[in-house]
Design a protein around this ligand. Structure first.
Ligand SMILES: [Zn+2]
Length: 454
């Protein structure tokens, strides 16, 4: 019943009020995915030129940067012009946020996203509302490839879920978003069983969440011989989906997993389609480069650093933004026939889970996101769990990190892991990198972690 109300009443009503025409953008993206690649590339170049032109004219940061590199958005070969620019680092974004924001926009007039991200680096980025609508539409396109359609209920395995404590937010959620949560900060047998029972009463549910959290949930169901009704879709995101984990999820639910990759800073970067043969790059909205350590594009089949130019965010243009992940491009075409090119795989995101005394798991990514967004003055945080009650926090502090921040940080750990948790905070100038160049933000050394058994 709610399915019908949602699809035929709530959706049309909400979309009529949507000034940015998100549904229209979604249908347009469905069509464009079918265009031949050369046509998509030509349109991408036009959008790239328009974005570089906008940034050159309206952002103090890029005026300086373009001039220093001798780059003009009027260049004949706009892609070569782009490649002459230095990459934009997280450090650049943190230190020059105001100069990156376009003339006529302010932090207050834009949508803010604060991210812990896969690297454990706190970062605030801003984007305009039209860009937000475009990002939502791109996510909906990816959802639809997975089997979602407007009006279906969603079960999200996610950290720090929102509460629907006003009538308006409750009504919106009940009839439109239709979200139910399993909080990945609190995955216990009790919460997982309750989520399972609620999900069983919601036919056609779409499961959505951190890849490893969905795996943990599937493993729990299997272990307790709980047989779920097959979901309409399973969408995994936010961290690398390990193949053995995918196999378990598909076995338990009897539904194909659709994996996708993106980040707060630029939105959806790439997504599997129903064929699951690599991830289609979202070149409608992004210009994606995969580069070696010297900044040259890697050939197909070779791993490289993912560098993204956002073609939609006019509020705070991000040009050649180094996301901090590794991926492998391919020149294979997808058997689905869509023109959007493929990323063979993302290789750079593996999150470690932390463990509580009672054996329940805490997603490291959620713990990091929570502390970075709640506690003032943390630039980077790495959690190393040496023993069940012993945590070593390697912390890169901003000048605003003080006694109160430290108290709050300790309180977060006591709340999550119990009063016995011993927390040692070590200030470090930077978090040590892995040989791959990635940061590992959460390391669990307690034996028999899910990571060891995966
Ligand atoms: Zn495809």
């Amino acid at each position: 019943m709610i399915d019908l109300l949602s699809r035929h009443i709530a959706y049309p009503l909400m979309e009529r009020r949507d000034p940015h025409k998100r549904m229209a953008a979604f249908h347009e993206l469905q069509q464009s995915a079918r265009l031949p690649l050369p046509e998509l590339r030509a349109r991408q170049r036009e959008r790239l030129r328009a974005m570089l032109n906008h940034a050159e004219r309206h952002c103090a940061f890029y005026r300086t940067r373009f001039a220093a590199a001798g780059v003009s958005s009027a260049a004949t070969d706009i892609e070569a012009a782009l490649r002459s620019l230095p990459e934009l680092t997280k450090h650049d974004v943190r230190e020059h946020a105001d100069a990156l924001i376009a003339d006529g926009c302010t932090r207050a007039s834009l949508v803010e996203a604060r991210t812990g991200g896969s690297t454990g680096t706190s970062l605030q980025v801003y984007f305009d509302e039209a860009c937000q609508a475009a990002r939502n539409a791109a996510a909906m396109r990816s959802d639809s490839w997975a089997g979602w359609r407007p009006g279906l209920p969603v079960g999200a395995l996610w950290g720090n879920p929102p509460t629907f404590d006003t009538w308006k937010s409750w009504a919106r959620n009940t009839f439109y978003d239709r979200l139910d949560f399993l909080d990945t900060m609190n995955m216990t047998p009790v919460t997982m069983r309750a989520f399972f029972e609620r999900s069983q009463r919601r036919p056609g549910i779409v499961l959505y969440g951190h890849a490893h959290s969905v795996f943990l949930y599937a493993s729990f169901l299997e272990e307790h011989r709980l047989q779920p009704a097959p979901p309409a879709a399973i969408i995994t995101t936010s961290m690398m989906l390990l193949q053995p984990e995918r196999a378990v999820i598909q076995r338990v639910f009897g539904t194909r997993v659709t994996d996708r990759y993106g980040c707060e800073e630029v939105g959806l970067i790439a997504s599997e389609c129903e064929r699951g043969s690599g991830l289609h790059l979202n070149i409608d909205h992004l210009y994606v480069e995969i580069l070696d350590d010297d900044g040259a594009p890697v050939p197909p089949g070779t791993e490289g650093r993912i560098v993204v130019t956002d073609l939609m965010n006019h509020g705070m243009p991000l040009i050649r933004y180094a996301v901090g992940d590794l991926g492998t491009p391919t020149d294979r075409a997808c058997p689905c026939g869509r023109g959007l090119p493929l990323l063979e795989r993302v290789t750079g995101r593996i999150a470690d889970f932390l463990m509580r005394r009672d054996g329940s798991k805490v997603a490291g990514i959620s713990m990091i996101e929570r502390t970075l967004t709640k506690v003032d003055g943390i630039r980077q945080l790495q959690i190393v769990q040496d023993d069940i009650d012993r945590f070593q926090l390697n912390l890169v502090a901003a000048p605003t990190f003080g006694a109160e921040s430290e108290r709050e940080l300790r309180a977060e750990f006591a709340e999550t892991f119990g009063p016995a948790a011993e927390v040692t905070i070590t200030r470090v100038p930077e978090i040590a990198r892995l040989p791959s160049g990635k940061f590992r933000f959460s390391v669990c050394r307690v034996p028999a972690t899910p990571r060891d058994s995966a």
